[in-house]
Design a protein around this ligand. Structure first.
Ligand SMILES: [Zn+2]
Length: 285
């Protein structure tokens, strides 16, 4: 969960090429331009009233988005898939290999190829939200371009619980910088974006990687500075804010040394005492 920098696309100029390619849209070009302006003014709110279009126009918008013809000036959409994002801006899961229509196409075909409405997202949260943000929705998920003031303050972390020796996880965040209204939106955003199974699996995998790293260290204190703090630093330098790995490391940083000892104690020092695989290989005649 993080904000994104917007790479400016000149939508209003491109609209001419789209209309030259999809002629049925010519009769509503003025309404589309007004809708684009309203999207900015209302920051993608689902209170925007959809423009009236017929079935042919709807089909042409769908075709424009699906085929992204170069002749219609839409090749930039394909570039959204090549984004270098390690984590999904919406949920913090792995990568962002699909495109989210923030205002869904079914409700708002006019924003099908509008750059501010097209956002990189992972597949699992994209399909989970589906068309929830349709016209008239009372609350919206956080918009990575427009909700920077919330996302840049959002500090999500994994609460690691130890119940009878069984490790449990859930995602929480520091509530203190936010108003009640903002908290309501963040809670809603997390509820409709977080795929629990993906989150737990990713977190278990991250924990296992950290456990292997812990074998090089002999005390919780060393492990905290050399691994946990280092991983938090790396995530933040990469602007990989609130990825599930980052959230887990922040959650572990919140634990006491005794609690870290309970989770990682069996692994501390294991690598120093065991011969490495490389050394074993060299001993083989
Ligand atoms: Zn996601």
């Amino acid at each position: 969960m993080r904000s994104l920098s917007y790479k400016r696309v000149f939508d209003r100029s491109l609209l001419g090429s789209v209309i030259a390619h999809y002629k049925s849209l010519a009769s509503i070009s003025a309404q589309i331009k007004i809708a684009y302006r309203e999207y900015v003014l209302k920051k993608g709110s689902p209170s925007i009233i959809p423009i009236e279009i017929d079935t042919v126009q709807r089909a042409e918008f769908e075709n424009a988005y699906s085929n992204k013809p170069i002749g219609a000036g839409l090749s930039w959409i394909s570039e959204l898939y090549i984004n270098g994002l390690n984590s999904c801006p919406f949920c913090g899961g792995d990568g962002a290999r699909t495109i989210e229509h923030y205002l869904p196409q079914a409700s708002y075909p006019e924003f099908s190829v509008y750059s501010l409405n097209l956002l990189p997202s992972c597949g699992s949260c994209n399909s989970k939200r589906n068309s929830l943000n349709a016209h008239g929705a009372a609350t919206s998920p956080l918009h990575p371009y427009f909700d920077k003031h919330i996302l840049n303050k959002l500090n999500a972390y994994t609460v690691v619980s130890l119940d009878c020796g069984v490790i449990g996880f859930y995602l929480s965040y520091d509530h203190s910088p936010f108003t009640e209204e903002e908290q309501f939106r963040i809670d809603y955003h997390m509820e409709i974006s977080l795929d629990e199974t993906s989150y737990i699996n990713r977190t278990l995998d991250s924990l296992e990687t950290l456990r292997i790293s812990s074998e090089k260290y002999s005390t919780p204190m060393e492990f905290r500075t050399e691994v946990i703090d280092d991983q938090i630093y790396i995530s933040e330098r990469k602007k990989d804010y609130n990825s599930w790995h980052h959230a887990l490391c922040k959650g572990l940083a919140n634990l006491s040394d005794d609690e870290l000892q309970i989770i990682f104690g069996d692994s501390f020092g294991a690598r120093a005492s065991a011969p490495s695989l490389g050394r074993l290989r060299n001993l083989t005649p």
